[in-house]
Design a protein around this ligand. Structure first.
Ligand SMILES: C[S@@+](CC[C@H](N)C(=O)[O-])C[C@H]1O[C@@H](n2cnc3c(N)ncnc32)[C@H](O)[C@@H]1O
Length: 317
């Protein structure tokens, strides 16, 4: 009989297959509860007697490159993602990455180097547009707040299942709602977690930040957990799925360029809407461009319009 030791020696890795593909998605889903394209690494070992052995791992995303440029420590959540392997530390002289996170000046930035002039993005809940909208945004009568029912039910809890850059979630939290932000992209989640960490330490927005909680998970997976745990269902589920952008890239806003680069092709919006409709206690709100068809051709109970945007409201009870 051939012993294991005999078989394994000499152990040679003949091939490393690495990839990221939506095409393996349906097959993987038979074995893993993933709702997104996945990154996989498979090592092919050639053993004795022509025996081949495969080993590997599957991550929801390829480890995202991060550059730490200063001695100050990043927030605990960022360190956790580095230790967990969702982020991959790179050196200052590594210029090969088209898109990377940079921890610099006590904040996490995302840099996109696909154009001549690199784009840099950082989420800021304290100053800039967030501050302006907090002060002059129209309060509970603005369309987003009305669509989420905050004008009549200020204590409703909201799950923002497509958190992105957290802009809508911040508006809702600044109007008094408890908002859970669910984001599955590692870089966007990191930017959110870092911005929230800074906001909780700033007296002008700390009370708002305390009403916001970030979760790093696919929202469909997260919503499905409500079937198994005895936890209060979210009153509102808010969805703002990516919409194919028609404008030429030079004219698109910086934020949209970054979102398009990172997440444009990862979409399972129809399944997300179906799951949200099954889970929300009171309503599901979907943000759409004004002239777009309803998501999944599923017609809402009613709509609320603003200049370029339409909120489709699906009332559950
Ligand atoms: C258009 S952006 C949302 C922008 C956001 N409303 C804001 O105010 O900044 C869509 C985001 O949803 C995230 N997303 C899409 N499907 C998701 C899912 N199933 N689970 C978690 N996040 C998802 C994407 O990664 C992307 O960041």
């Amino acid at each position: 009989m051939v012993g294991v030791a005999q078989l394994v020696e000499p152990l040679t890795v003949t091939q490393v297959v690495e990839g990221s593909s939506p095409f393996i998605h349906p097959i993987l889903r038979l074995f893993f509860p993933l709702n997104m394209p996945s990154h996989f690494t498979v090592l092919v070992f050639k053993l004795k007697f022509g025996v081949i052995f495969l080993a590997g791992h599957i991550l929801p995303f390829k480890p995202f490159p991060i550059l730490l440029t200063e001695p100050s420590e990043p927030p605990p959540e960022i360190k956790y993602l580095i230790n967990k392997g969702d982020y991959r530390l790179i050196d200052t002289d590594d210029t090969s990455e088209a898109c990377l996170l940079i921890y610099n000046d006590r904040r996490l930035n995302l840099q996109l180097r696909t154009t001549n002039k690199p784009l840099q993005l950082c989420i800021d809940f304290i100053n800039g547009k967030a501050k302006h909208r907090r002060q002059y945004g129209g309060g509970k009568n603005q369309p987003l707040a009305k669509a989420c029912g905050l004008n009549k039910h200020p204590d409703w809890s909201i799950l923002d299942a497509t958190a992105g850059l957290g802009k809508d979630a911040f508006v809702l939290a600044s109007l008094g709602a408890q908002v859970t932000l669910c984001e599955r992209h590692p870089a966007l989640y990191g930017l959110l977690a870092d911005a929230l960490d800074r906001a909780t330490h700033d007296s002008s927005v700390a009370d708002i930040a305390d009403r916001m909680k970030c979760i790093y998970q696919d929202s469909i997976t997260h919503l499905n957990t409500y079937q198994h745990i005895n936890s209060k269902l979210p009153d509102i589920i808010y969805l703002d799925p990516m919409y194919p952008e028609r404008k030429k890239s030079a004219k698109i806003k910086k934020e949209m360029q970054v979102l398009q680069y990172l997440v444009a092709h990862n979409s399972n919006n129809n399944e997300l809407l179906e799951t949200a409709l099954k889970t929300a206690m009171h309503r599901v709100v979907v943000k759409r461009p004004k002239s777009a068809a309803p998501l999944n051709e599923c017609f809402p109970s009613y709509t609320i319009n603003s200049v370029n945007t339409r909120y489709d409201v699906y009332v559950n009870s």
